[in-house]
Structure formats: C-alpha cells, structure tokens
Design a protein around this ligand. Structure first.
Ligand code: CTP
Ligand code: MG
Length: 238
C-alpha cells in the first residue's frame, strides 16, 4: 500500500509578522518547508509528497526542492494553493493518484515532527482506522467565552471543559484516502470552515482515533516559536 503526504504550505504567516510566506522562512539556514518535507520523506512508507505552494510561488518552491538533498525513493510534486488552508488541502488532494490508499496531511508550519510520530499515524491507518490524529494533553486550562457585548469590553466566560479530556491535535493527520476525499467534497458543498482535516471527517460521522503526538511537532505560529524551533534544531545537532 502506497502512502502520500499533502503538505499545505500556501499560508502567508500573518501571525509571524512581516516577511516571506511562513513556509519559506529559514530555520537555521534552511527553509521551514524543506525541514517539513524531510520530516515526511524520512518515513520509508511515504512514496509521494505533494507540496501546496503559495499561489504565486509554485516555481520558487520547485526550485527549492531541486536545490536541497531529499531521499530519492520518494516523488515530489508542487501545486499552487488557495485562499484558505482547506482549499489548499483540497487542491493538493487532487494531485494524489488513485492507487494511493493512505493520505497524510501535514502542515509545513510543523517542520520538526519526529519520524516516529509519522510512522505511528501511518500504522494506525494501515491497521484499519479511517482517520488518525496525533495529539497531546493540554497544559493550560481552556475556557469557552462569549464575544464582548460592546467593542473593547470584556469577554464573558461561559464554560470550562474538563481539562483531562481535552487534547491539542497536531499533524500529520492520517486518512483512508477515499474518506478524506469524500469529506473535502462534502465540506466544500456545505461551505463549513473546519480548522483541521479530521474535523471534516467527524462531520461525516466517521470515527477519528488518537495516537500520541510529540512536543517537537508544535506549530510555528508566532515569533517566539521560531526561537524554540531553532533551539530544537541546535540541540539535535549537538
Ligand atoms: N495554509 C495553506 N493555505 C492557506 C492557509 C494556510 O496551505 N491559504 C497552510 C500554511 O502554509 C501552514 C498550514 O496551512 O503550513 C497551517 O496554517 P497556519 O499555521 O495558520 O499558517 P498561516 O496561515 O501561513 O499563518 P497565519 O494564520 O498566521 O497567517
Ligand atoms: Mg492561518
């Protein structure tokens, strides 16, 4: 059974601040996207990586992939992305050939995920799960709030979910290909904005299972995350 990974990398990285699109920013001298592609290709099960590039940056991303050493047991394809993450993943899925049974979706913004996590997700799909998410317990207590009644006013807390039952989910998320393609087709029709791919599968009523995530699979979102990512890379080299 062949496995493909779709890597959405078409975001602007607004929360990271001004500069190049987030996936093209360097971490210790190498673009974040290259770290993410290497993290996926490190798994021997992965035979195809589809990178979803910023819509005006597909040629630049192709050049980047050519310029960096990547395992040659894996094929690499670049497609232009869309306005939203969901749209970008949808465009990436279209480039996955029919003979692929397992599809992973992995954020370029999680460049440091260890290969053991990737393999655990793939294994769970091959063992029969139609959707798999790597997840960690949450450290902070999480509150649900109601928007402020007037602009600038305080938000009102409406609930405190039991922390022990909450999980922070990461990527790569793994899927039976047909299930994910159906979920994307359905969600595109009803136009609902899920913030992850498993969320769309949940809306179809299909079961989603959890495998242990990893601290190093954190998402690079804000400037402090760049500091952490470079420190993790430096520690790996030491
Ligand atoms: N992504 C994408 N296409 C979009 C928006 C996001 O492919 N239109 C990708 C990002 O490149 C990233 C992943 O989805 O790898 C997760 O999104 P996020 O961390 O939110 O990245 P950005 O959208 O780039 O960041 P921000 O929300 O701060 O602008
Ligand atoms: Mg975003």
């Amino acid at each position: 059974p062949r496995t493909a990974v779709v890597i959405p990398a078409a975001g602007r990285g607004v929360r990271l601040g001004p500069g190049a699109p987030k996936a093209l920013r360097a971490l210790n001298g190498t673009p974040m996207l290259i770290h993410a592609v290497r993290a996926m290709a490190a798994s021997r099960a992965v035979s195809l990586v589809v990178v979803v590039a910023p819509s005006d940056g597909a040629a630049e991303v192709k050049n980047l992939l050519d310029a960096h050493a990547l395992p040659d047991r894996t094929d690499y394809v670049v497609v232009p992305g869309g306005e939203t993450r969901q749209e970008s993943v949808h465009l990436g899925l279209k480039a996955v050939p029919d003979d692929i049974t397992t599809v992973l979706v992995h954020d370029a913004a999680r460049p440091l995920v260890p290969v053991d996590t990737v393999d655990a997700v793939i294994e769970a799909v091959r063992d029969g799960a139609v959707a798999v998410v790597p997840a960690l317990p949450v450290a902070d207590t999480v509150k649900e709030v109601e928007p402020a009644e007037r602009p600038g006013g305080p938000e009102q807390v409406v609930a405190t979910p039991v922390r022990a039952r909450l999980r922070a989910v990461q990527t790569p998320q793994g899927f039976d290909r047909e299930t994910l393609v159906n979920a994307h087709a359905t969600v595109a029709l009803i136009g609902d904005g899920a913030t992850d791919d498993a969320g769309m599968v949940e809306k179809l009523g299909a079961p989603v299972v959890v495998v242990p995530g990893h601290e190093e699979a954190f998402k690079v979102t804000r400037p402090l995350d760049l500091v952490l990512a470079e420190a993790v890379l430096a520690r790996r080299r030491a």
